[in-house]
Design a protein around this ligand. Sequence first.
Ligand SMILES: [Zn+2]
Length: 683
Amino acid sequence: MSNPLTSYSGLPPFSAIRPEHIEPAVDELIAHNRAKVAEVLASGGPFTWDNLVAVLDEAEDRLDRAFDPASHLNAVMNSDALRKAYNACLPKLSDFATELGQNRELFNAYLQVKQNEYERLDTAQRKVIDNALRDFRLSGIDLPPAQQKRFADIQSRLAEITSRYSDNVLDATNAWSKHVTDAAALAGLPESALAQARQAAQQRNLDGYLLTLDFPSYYAVITYADDRALREEMYTAYVTRASDQGPHAGQFDNTALMNEILALRHEEAQLLGYADFAELSLATKMAESSDQVLGFLHDLGRKALPAARAEMEELKAFARSECGIADFRSWDASYVSEKLQQAKYAISQEALRPYFPAPKVLAGMFEVAQRLFGIGVRERSDVELWHGDARYYDVLDAQGEVIAGFYIDLYARQHKRGGAWMDDCLARWRRRDGSLQKPVAYLVCNFTPPVGNDPALLTHDEVTTMFHEFGHGLHHMLTRVDVRGVSGISGVAWDAVELPSQFMENWCWEPEALALIAGHYQTGEPLPADLLQKMLAAKNFQSAMMMVRQLEFSIFDMRLHREFVPGTGIDIQKVLDEVRAEVAVMRPPAFNRFQHGFSHIFAGGYAAGYYSYKWAEVLSADAFSRFEEEGIFNAHAGAAFRRAILERGGSEEAMALFREFRGREPRVDALLRHAGIAVDAAA
Ligand SMILES: [Zn+2]
């Protein structure tokens, strides 16, 4: 079979990718893979790793090699033709994945491998089999016909009403706007926000300014507008969207949908044999039970609350003395916080830029990786790239052997998707003929490009972002796992996947590491100590208040999904009020309907999973604390992290790997300490 989009052993030939070839190639490969599955199953077994999983892995690899480079180009070199081809392939690929997930014969073949061959398989192979069987079961394959039908009905109804939930939030957001003709009414707003408001007005053929509930517009007013009544008006409109309260009360009300979503999720969980939806959600995660998650969240709350209360008192005192606000309310919080932050730490990201020229930062980051993990990074000039800004690097082990590679594409430009991400280009795995595919990663950022002959100058935020994505990249590239389904970041539990990335960010705050990555682009002068001190102080501004707010969302989410009672349902507002009584330092007004716009859990993938943000932070902070104890460039600790975490991918339970590295269960102390919250005083 010839496929113009793939070259079996090498890197993607980007210049050979033609948009018009993508869809036919994907069609051909899906048909080929479908036939392959049928052919394997028709053999009747007995099924083994080699005649089932290894064969299907090769088929899947071919499909990925055809589609992934096109998907990457769609993100970094977008064009109408590419987007059209990409969008045409997406439903076909997702339908094919669903088709495989619901193939009962295939499920039985995997079961047979488990029953007959499990003892002979290695740890990674066993994990692949167990994950596959788990995912088949979570798609309802094991249920009797009547229940399978009900399961499918629940799925399709949930898809429909969760999407209606977000539509309501969107419609409610769009329904409200405020036309302002007098610029004086917007005193305090920065010029960029005023320009945006002017543009919004022009788009509707209005003069003056238009305020909307789109986040940038809302954020600018709630943070900067001196007019307190205006802040109150916009706050009220924003926090009552899609609810029974506020200016559009009852018009886009999500109340009934929220109850139905929770009821259907609970029923789905029970059909699959779980006590509640929280347990179902945790079946694929690192956390073991909702008791464990709630215990963790409450513990963090108890320890952070005293510091959060003190921050709130400071804020209220500042509001009274400096802003003339005696009766502090929810719509004052962002505004006064901004003023307080300016008063305490006037530090601008712009002032730091000259100290972080991109080439110096990159070289310093590679040096950090070299000291920690014993790897070398070397640029290559003979690899085909998609744009002049992109680069390719080999990763070498201590013996000088190439073990992986990565592309890096740092700067923002037209036709490139925003944000920063790591994506896998090639996964590490061993084919049936014994040949080894080495892993290759894409690291993509959107930093300010260089101007004239000067190098690109990065903000410290951008430097942190680069370390974050490089951490994901190391997880993908340093894997030693030979099995496709669990090598690199594949098969890593969702609440553990941010461990290596957030872990690497820590080096951006260490003076010893900053000495490697920072240096004035003209003079080479190191980052001045007073700037560093300010940076470190500003880092923890209101960190305890932010922490308890995240805890409020996380506990609320977990309790909703575990306390639902069939028939009676659950009183959503009451649960939220109880959670706030426990961990909140700011009690919002009674009309606040935050929950009606909490799309993360009602319409997104975070249901009974919102805690993951804090969970991953605890893991990365606690992992880093070993380096604080043993030295931040301690090669022994670095090798241990590489061995226990970076090399093992999803081949074992994330908790077991963490324990192996840290010698114990994760503890919250390091995160609290890094956030400037004194554990002793709080405990
Ligand atoms: Zn990340």
